[in-house]
Design a protein around this ligand. Structure first.
Ligand SMILES: [Zn+2]
Length: 334
């Protein structure tokens, strides 16, 4: 809490430098003031721990995955971001039987920021916390997959919390949702949507799902100012338009829609956790870097992440979330 307040006061200090000495003339704060709190060093520091050998590849149900969920919970507690579950537990327990022999009992992790005007309407920001574990004695660190999305969610949550602490709480609530069991077959998101949606699905306005955003694929070697977006126009043209407008205003990144083509053989729209929301008529955007030679290999390590790029993409998703949570009406389905 203290650290957050300090960071913001530094931002304000800089914002005031050289502009005006009259504090009263200071403009109201905007999303940009909080997006600036998403920093490469913070992402890097967290990812070097989250994707370290100590976490043993975070295989669902195994000791490394338990370290991962404690890591997430500790950050939310440190930043004063509560759980949406009334008893205050950050973990959604999924019994072993649900994994059909593929894993022991495991947990989704969730944290929640309550909306100031429409608290019952909720935006989900999600990513998977698990990875492949240890195979043939080798640790699969999963720094990009999906360590990058995991630390992005943490930084976004921290930025929204700082905003809330400074009277800029989002109008709608935001649920930060870290799924387990993704690599084994989207089990965590399946459990959340089919068995125990902590927030009713009809009140869930959209899901922004992040799975691998820390690197550059071979196609974009010469210009890393890009991101693949999948799903944005499938259920809501308005969601797609909002996403495009936010990008134009802040980054003008190349949004590559190759994998959004309904005929694309990779079928990514159906292959990560967002699909369990889309199946329930909840519009989604899936953010993705396109993959690379270390995908699902023990060489997906944190030293290979481009932290400035990860920061920019995380800020872009933050701006998009800010707009979706604060606009007058929730995005409409087509
Ligand atoms: Zn993944």
């Amino acid at each position: 809490m203290k650290k957050i307040a300090l960071l913001l006061s530094l931002v304000l200090l800089f914002a005031n430098c050289g502009t005006s000495q009259n504090v009263k003339s200071q403009k109201p704060l905007t999303a940009a003031n909080f997006a600036e709190l998403i920093r490469a060093n913070d992402l890097k520091e967290m990812l070097y721990i989250y994707a370290s050998d100590e976490f043993e590849g975070r295989r669902t149900g195994e000791p490394g995955q338990k370290k991962a969920i404690e890591f997430l919970k500790d950050h939310y507690i440190k930043w004063g971001i509560p759980s949406p579950i009334s008893k205050g537990d950050y973990f959604q327990e999924i019994p072993e039987s649900f994994f059909k022999g593929k894993a022991k009992a495991s947990e989704n992790v969730m944290a929640f920021i309550k909306g100031s005007e429409k608290p019952d309407e909720v935006l989900v920001i999600s990513g998977h916390l698990d990875h492949e574990g240890i195979k043939n004695g080798k640790i699969y660190n999963g720094a990009d997959d999906d360590g990058s999305g995991t630390v992005a969610i943490l930084e976004i949550a921290k930025a929204f919390k700082t905003a809330a602490d400074n009277d800029y709480a989002p109008k709608r609530s935001i649920l930060f949702l870290h799924f387990t069991g993704e690599e084994l077959g989207l089990y965590g998101s399946k459990y959340y949507t089919e068995v125990d949606p902590v927030i009713p699905l009809e009140n869930t306005i959209a899901d922004l799902n992040i799975d691998m955003i820390g690197r550059t694929d071979p196609k974009h070697d010469s210009n890393s100012n890009y991101m693949y977006l999948i799903g944005s126009n499938r259920l809501s043209t308005e969601l797609h338009d909002v996403s495009e407008a936010v990008n134009k205003e802040h980054f003008n990144m190349v949004f590559d829609y190759t994998f959004n083509d309904e005929n694309d053989p990779n079928r990514y729209y159906y292959r990560s956790d967002h699909y369990n929301f889309a199946k329930n008529n909840i519009p989604v955007i899936f953010y993705f870097d396109g993959g690379h030679e270390d995908y699902h290999k023990p060489t997906d390590t944190p030293d290979k992440i481009d932290y400035d790029l990860l920061t920019k993409r995380t800020q872009l998703i933050f701006y998009t979330a800010w707009e979706l949570a604060n606009r007058e009406e929730r995005v409409k389905l087509d």
